[in-house]
Design a binder for this molecule. Structure first.
Ligand code: PHE
Length: 450
């Protein structure tokens, strides 16, 4: 086998992992989940789950990736046996489905950059504008353009493509988001928005936990790029001198910071424009923010900057999803990087096209891949690492840490029992929700359209 590629610098790895984590999940998905689940209560549970499940599971993926130096499928073949070697398929399938619709949503952001630059946001017609932009031939074309960009970057390879691009993108995202949040702070709606977003009502959490909890967990997995082997793949290019726990901490903190900041941007703007954050679903940042931007001074330009930032963040995440599936074809099937990337990109484009024609497919794909497959992948991998290869995991996590103390064993215990038990409950709750969607909204859609 040829010499495997590796990261040129440590910062390259961190930036790539942060670039993967920070994306539509933080800026598109997070605010509408907060809105759907009623505000601060969701934020509170979400933060708990990032610390309690997200952080330990990043480490689960890191130890597997660095130890095996393989793509997710190859990694499990190397250290697992029997049925365990099949977990990688959950990852590759999830990645394939997620990127196919992720690219559609990223296409919407490109559209909103153009609308902003043309000064075309409207307050009254915001929903119609969104529906026009979100489904139809334009959406398909923008989906194609975004996918082509992903193919181009991933085809260039780890060092030249991914590492270089995130070195520019991640700092840009941080600077622009903080600037917009500071702007939002000066708006009239800010006080009310902060109350909605930041002070949780515990009795609401208690009575709605069966929906808040699984939604928050799915969001935590999605936003940290977990359960799909991204962190396995990226850590597979990493040297043994790195402190995995420290890197995982940096990634989780930065990702959470950007999602939190997206809320600080979105909610004051919504409240200032008198828009209820609750009911818009996946359209939230598009419909509501465009309507809000239309009312604000320099709104077109501000909006173009905002959606441009989202598009950049989406690109750095999309390349990580593509890299998982591509690294599988390279390592396991001996296919060259360029043909593997091109073929996958075209296939994902085709699978995603229905989502660019009808919004119901966004829910169909997102509910399946994000809320079920990612958490299932995380659950299976946690069982594998915690119960089947604990010695290897302990040894791997202590490499590169000078003073491990009880960190390794505490982490392992945590993964074995609380994380695994919580994930079993959460996957079940999400599967139940999805079943409701399939037999409800989706069945209705099929009845009216077929
Ligand atoms: N974390 C990315 C985001 O927040 C999405 C993603 C999910 C990327 C799973 C890779 C794997 O947008």
């Amino acid at each position: 086998m040829a010499q495997r590629e590796s990261w040129a610098t440590r910062t390259g790895f961190i930036l790539a992992a942060v670039g993967s984590a920070v994306g539509l999940g933080n800026i598109w998905r997070f605010p509408y989940q907060v809105g759907e689940q009623g505000g601060a209560g969701f934020l509170f549970i979400y933060l708990l789950l990032i610390v309690g499940i997200g952080f330990p599971v990043i480490l689960v993926e890191f130890v597997v990736g660095r130890n095996t130096e393989r793509n997710p499928v190859g990694a499990l073949k190397r250290i697992g046996s029997g049925a365990w070697t099949k977990i990688g398929w959950v990852f590759v399938t999830a990645g394939f489905v997620i990127l196919s619709y992720y690219s559609v949503v990223a296409g919407w952001t490109l559209r909103y950059v153009l609308l902003g630059l043309q000064g075309n946001y409207t307050a009254d017609g915001a929903l119609d504008q969104f529906l026009g932009a979100a489904s139809g031939m334009d959406a398909v074309v923008l989906h194609a353009i975004f996918m082509a960009a992903v193919i181009a970057i991933v085809a260039l390879g780890i060092e030249r493509g991914i590492e270089l691009s995130v070195k520019l993108m991640v700092p840009a995202i941080i600077i622009i988001s903080v600037g917009l949040a500071a702007y939002a702070f000066t708006l009239d709606g800010a006080t009310e928005a902060y109350a909605y977003y930041l002070s949780p009502n515990f009795s609401t959490i208690a009575s709605n936990w069966t929906t808040i909890l699984p939604a928050a967990a799915a969001q935590a997995f999605f936003t940290l790029s977990l359960g799909m082997g991204v962190m396995i793949t990226y850590a597979s290019y990493l040297g043994e001198d790195r402190n995995l726990a420290e890197d995982a901490g940096i990634i989780a903190v930065l990702d959470t910071f950007i999602a939190f900041t997206a809320g600080l941007i979105a909610f004051p703007i919504l409240f200032a424009a008198g828009i209820e954050p609750g009911a818009s679903g996946p359209a939230l940042i598009f419909v509501s923010l465009a309507a809000a931007f239309a009312e604000l001074p320099f709104g077109g330009l501000l909006g173009a900057i905002f959606f441009g930032t989202v598009a950049i963040a989406a690109l750095s995440s999309a390349i990580s999803i593509m890299e998982v599936v591509v690294s599988y074809l390279i390592d396991e099937r001996g296919i060259g990087r360029v043909p593997a990337t091109a073929a996958l990109g075209v296939a994902m484009f085709l699978v995603g096209t229905p989502a660019a024609l009808d919004l119901v497919f966004i829910d169909l794909y997102d509910g399946f891949a994000n809320s079920i497959l990612l958490m299932l992948g995380g659950l299976l991998l946690s069982i594998f690492v915690g119960w089947i290869v604990p010695d290897l995991a302990l040894e791997e996590i202590s490499k590169g840490i000078r003073n491990v103390g009880s960190l390794g064993s505490t982490w392992l215990w945590f993964v074995r029992i609380p994380v695994v038990l919580a994930l079993i409950v959460l996957v079940a709750l999400n599967a139940w929700e999805y079943f409701g969607f399939l037999t409800g909204d989706f069945a209705d859609w099929l009845n009216t359209n077929l």
